[in-house]
Design a protein around this ligand. Sequence first.
Ligand SMILES: [Zn+2]
Length: 84
Amino acid sequence: MKDLKKKRMNSGKRTEKSINDLDERENSMNRVIQIKDEMEQLENQLDQLKKELYIFRENCNHEFVKTDYSQECTKCHLIESLQW
Ligand SMILES: [Zn+2]
């Protein structure tokens, strides 16, 4: 009973080989769409984070640490150039 089931599965797999190849191609196509979707989502997320950081910096009571050519805020990590 168990052997028979296994045998049927194997023979079934062989005849479906070409269909599996097609599925694989379709899967990689879907993966491309998935990747593009993910990239779009991450770009939106990045935009959001940039906005958030911008707002944070706008409201920051900066505490700058000076180096030779620039100063960096220790709170929001804003870097300003000291070269005019
Ligand atoms: Zn700051």
